[in-house]
Ligand binder design. Structure first.
Ligand code: NAD
Ligand code: UD1
Length: 343
């Protein structure tokens, strides 16, 4: 199958790319490297011994996007490209709407022009907002609490309307919970450009000595140990979910939103303990005030993914921490400090 992957050099995109190439699919990555490095693509080529077409371009540039998509003539699209920092989305909301919503509209128009009718979209559990009940199932009300979340909810709506209006269209909206971990080779992984916003990359940077200590945002939540509980999903399992979604899109039409998580909540303290076991070092941590906007618990109902995609998570929190540590310890400065592209 020919697959056009926007944002394919990014964290989740690069892991999915490796999986797609390893399965024998032909891939074109379209990315402006706003939050990634072409070194990730070089390493994906090395890991799989396969070629990948790479186009440097911006999904806000509708002409360039349409041209690339028409040139490649894909059977399906996986749409990762987007901006994802919640805090930043409060400060520069228009850039978030332009990239995440207008970019998605440009992509659908380009697909229409090229006669491509299958899309798998990177959505987020953040579209649910405050939990009215747990686990979150796909019928939970959509009520995002920040601009980033609203761009994802809007993009979902645009894709759903497009699928309704387009004969034979198939759209899968994958709502990721908390993606973490890295490829088992240690060659690709998460490489935040600034101070990490998310827990696991922060813990990894403390473990490797780039940061002095972790701040645990609140230990007075109504959870097992008082710290926030999340559904961490191994990025390699997440990559497999994309292949399952692509297969599903070949046999079903319409639009489906599907959670991608393990269904299990892990607290901050539990994750830190698992990371300490994986890296064999203590992780310095202190209790800090709650982070505004955080919720006590979030975890997925996973039955729909199992039913429609035949997919479920196979890797556990120890696998997540071990693979993260291998990546972080072998690439302490991420992709930038490597000696030459693809080294
Ligand atoms: P990432 O930043 O590593 O990857 C996004 C990729 O899109 C990067 O390679 C970036 O350079 C590219 N990109 C950004 N703006 C672009 C533009 N205008 N044109 C072309 N390319 C552009 O992020 P990720 O963690 O791999 O996330 C991938 C997708 O999954 C995003 O849409 C994100 O919102 C969504 N998501 C991520 C998480 C998470 O925790 N990582 C959770 C839920 C949903
Ligand atoms: C965050 C985003 C969410 C996004 C998700 C992607 C916010 C408010 N929400 O969610 O929109 O979909 O990432 O994975 O940013 N923690 C600490 N110390 C830290 C960092 C985090 O204690 O330095 C705690 C948090 O309070 C939380 C848990 O770790 O309890 C996980 O945090 P994080 O990795 O940021 O993910 P989410 O809050 O679930």
């Amino acid at each position: 199958m020919k697959v056009f992957v926007t944002g394919g050099a990014g964290y989740i995109g690069s892991h999915t790319l490796v999986r797609l190439l390893a399965a024998g699919h032909d891939v074109c990555v379209f990315d402006n490297y706003a939050n990634s490095s072409p070194v990730a693509l070089a390493r994906a080529r090395q890991l799989t011994n396969r070629e990948v077409v790479a186009v440097e371009g911006d999904i806000r540039d509708s002409d360039a996007l349409a041209q690339s998509l028409a040139d490649f003539a894909p059977d399906a699209v996986v749409h990762f490209a987007g901006l994802k920092a919640v805090g930043e989305s409060n400060d520069i909301p228009l850039l978030y709407y332009q990239t995440n919503v207008t970019g998605t509209m440009n992509l659908l128009a380009a697909m229409d022009a090229a006669g491509c009718r299958r899309i798998v979209f990177s959505s987020s559990a953040t579209v649910y907002g405050e939990a009215q009940y747990l686990p979150f199932d796909e019928e939970h009300p959509i009520a995002p609490t920040n601009p980033y979340g609203r761009t994802k909810a809007m993009a979902e709506g645009v894709i759903r309307d497009w699928a309704t209006a387009t004969p034979d269209a198939s759209a899968v909206l994958l709502r990721y919970f908390n993606p973490v971990g890295a490829h088992e080779s240690g060659r690709i992984g998460e490489d935040p450009q600034d101070t990490p916003n998310n827990l696991m990359p922060f813990v990894a940077q403390v473990a490797v000595g780039r940061r002095a200590r972790l701040s645990i945002f609140g230990d007075d939540y109504d959870t097992r140990d008082g710290t926030g509980e999340r559904d961490y999903i191994h990025v390699v399992d997440l990559a497999a979910a994309h292949l399952a979604a692509l297969e599903y899109s070949a046999r079903a039409t319409g639009c489906e939103a599907i959670n991608v998580g393990t269904g299990q909540g892990i607290t901050v303290k539990e994750l830190v303990a698992a990371y300490e076991a994986a890296c064999g070092r203590p992780i310095a941590a202190e209790i800090a005030p709650r982070r505004p906007g955080d919720v006590a618990s979030s975890y997925a109902a996973t039955a729909k993914a199992e039913r429609l995609l035949g997919w479920q998570a196979a890797l556990d929190v120890d696998d997540m921490c071990r693979s993260s540590w291998k990546w972080q310890s072998e690439n302490p400065q991420g992709y930038d400090a490597t000696t030459g592209a693809g080294a």
